[in-house]
Design a protein around this ligand. Sequence first.
Ligand code: PLP
Length: 376
Amino acid sequence: MDFIDLKRQQQVLKDKLDQAIARVLAHGRYINGPEVAELEEKLASFAGAGHAVAVDSGTGALELLLEALGCGSGDAVIVPSFTFAATAEAVASAGATPLFADVDPQTALLDPASVTAVIKQCSTMPDLKLRGIIGVDLFGQPADYTALSALAREYNLFLIEDAAQSIGASDNGSNAGSLAPYAITSFFPAKPLGGYGDGGMVFCNDKKTAREIRSLREHGRGEERLSYTAIGTTARLDTIQAAILLEKLKIFADELEARRRIAARYRELLPEQLLTLQQRDGTLSSWAQFTVCHPQRDKLLEALQQAKIPAAVYYRKPLHVQPVYQKVGRTPLPLPATEKLSKSVFSLPFHPYLQESEQQLIAETLQQALKKMQLQ
Ligand SMILES: *Cc1c(COP(=O)(O)O)cnc(C)c1O
């Protein structure tokens, strides 16, 4: 059993992928080929965003976006500590300071009450100017952008949706990638819409930011050939990756349906003592991960390992306890939910091709381990 089985998806798509790659080899436009523009158009419309700009990774998307928003040295950006490093890393790479806030203990999503408390603490940090908030759609579920955008408006902050894990998710009918004025996603192979290499996308509604990111991803180029208006970088998405993603996008709606069916089945099969993370009212997750919690997590992980069932812990070490992030970031207030979740969460094998028999085996293994623990 694989934790995320990409081979089964490849079997479904192999011929189409071979043809898509062959088309790129035939036209030879490996950089800025027509597939890149087509993917941008299709994903902008899929997400419901005005503009989509394809870049080299989700991290690159965050970095270019922060640069386009003029975020740099002396600025601060509120981020959850309970996330993949890239969220805070991009803030630090921009020269700004990540301020770590807590998550909701039930959903593991950035908690607007904690964000409010951190905003209030900013008056004790006169060396920093608070500029923005990055919400993270952890494990595929959208954060509460209604509450976060109210805060962003009140305090005049930019709001970014880190939708690296959540493309395909929605909140009351609006799709991930368009839940905040700015958003990014990732095409890392294990993400819900993954390529065969690195890739990412910036989503936004304003034309100016989209134009700036198009320039920055390509050395800061201006309108005329070999003229430059900014110090940019090389951060384009390869044409071959775009071609592969276009084929994967064609089956993505079916895969999302399968993901939701499989998540519902896990909820039926798993023993009650395992708490699943709550889904907010009105949200549909893309189920990047299926995550459960138990105070004796490590014993359960051991039982899974003995049964050769792969499991993973996202995230065992939240960012605010890691020395490198303690150096570049600040944690104005305690983060009790983050600490608690990091000690109890683990994620089970999950992908759109997971079989019911595999889920039954996982559930039985956990059931038996829990029984044994009760007897001890
Ligand atoms: C994966 C991920 C990223 C970064 O994406 P890459 O394409 O790997 O650079 C950023 N934020 C979150 C929450 C992620 O899970």
